[in-house]
Ligand binder design. Structure first.
Ligand SMILES: C[S@@+](CC[C@H](N)C(=O)[O-])C[C@H]1O[C@@H](n2cnc3c(N)ncnc32)[C@H](O)[C@@H]1O
Length: 314
């Protein structure tokens, strides 16, 4: 079914803030297609779709992700170069590249995970995309299963993980009971709020965590993504621009002057569902699924766009 024939909560019903009462009211879309183009452009090295914090998997970028999670800087670099790491960083221009590597935004997470937190842990990366979190966790000693529905993302992640599988998150449990109650650590970053049913998506994702394990999710907060800029841009893109040529032209127009950040604009525009989730709802999800109270890891972030949430299963 074409997305055009599906009811859209925002454009048809004026609903952007998710409410659990909406569960079951909206239909799935072709999730395998939604992100495929951007991961393909990443693999092709297109401007604005690589060398970006939201996607890049080069070691320099993975070192930044490790620093965001653990506070330890230059982890892989130091491992590789030992005593000469500092000098090499100067000689090879790594230091100067640090600012450029911030395109796409940095994460402000507190408290940090201990550097050995992931060591030997069994993890699952749900909606792994091009695989930056998979690679980050593997670099920290974890064993990771990576799942997604988009072919280009899976192709990218297979470059550094053998355990990569095409699985839709709504199949967890029903079609894939083997994934339930199994993992020490589940990461699901930027996926739940882009589905037709975030309540159900959360249940599926949380079900993968074994007792004593934990879950890290990122979902959009009711801030930037429910603000005028995003709301107007999405409505224009989905309702006024009908051909893909028109949509690409609109995307380029929006990203003018910020071309290295193009993937963020496409990410914001292209999904059919783009819910924002409030803290109360996240608390409700945790209670309903037998989880401990959630910890918001980015409470102190300036201009917070999403909630980074750590949740433990007792
Ligand atoms: C915004 S991207 C985030 C990618 C990755 N987690 C990251 O942070 O780099 C969302 C990813 O979720 C995947 N996805 C969307 N719906 C899904 C579903 N129903 N089941 C599995 N993966 C899904 C998309 O294909 C896409 O790769």
């Amino acid at each position: 079914m074409s997305n055009r024939t599906l009811r859209n909560p925002h454009f048809d019903d004026n609903r952007v803030l998710w409410n659990d009462a909406y569960s079951g009211q909206y239909a799935p879309v072709a999730y395998e297609e939604q992100f495929d183009g951007q991961w393909r452009m990443f693999l092709n090295g297109d401007r604005g779709f690589h060398k970006h914090t939201g996607v890049e998997t080069d070691d320099e970028y993975i070192d930044d992700r490790i620093a965001e999670l653990t506070g330890v800087r230059d982890y892989l670099w130091t491992k590789q170069h030992g005593d000469r790491a500092e000098q090499f960083a100067i000689e090879t221009g790594r230091k100067e590249r640090a600012e450029r590597r911030g395109v796409g935004g940095r994460l402000y997470l507190e408290p940090k995970f201990p550097i050995d937190y992931f060591k030997a842990k069994s993890c699952i990366d749900i909606g792994c995309g091009a695989g930056r979190w998979t690679k980050t966790l593997i670099s920290l000693g974890a064993k990771v299963k990576s799942i997604d529905v988009g072919e280009a993302g899976l192709e990218s992640t297979r470059r550094f993980n053998d355990d990569v599988e095409r699985v839709g998150l709504f199949d967890i449990g029903s079609a894939r009971p083997d994934l339930v109650n199994r993992f020490d650590f589940t990461i699901c970053w930027g996926v739940i709020m882009c589905t037709h049913d975030p309540k159900l998506a959360f249940e599926k994702v949380a079900s993968t965590v074994r007792p004593g394990g934990s879950l890290y999710i990122m979902v959009y907060a009711p801030t930037y993504h429910s603000g005028d800029f995003v709301m107007t841009a999405r409505r224009t893109y989905h309702r006024e621009k009908t051909t893909s040529a028109e949509r690409i032209a609109y995307l380029k127009d929006l990203a003018k002057g910020d071309e290295d950040n193009m993937i963020n604009y496409l990410d914001m525009l292209n999904t059919f569902y783009n819910w924002v989730i409030d803290e109360e709802t996240i608390h409700g999800w945790c209670a309903a699924n037998g989880l401990k109270a959630p910890v918001i890891l980015n409470r102190t972030e300036p201009n917070l766009c999403g909630y980074h949430v750590l949740i433990e299963r007792p």
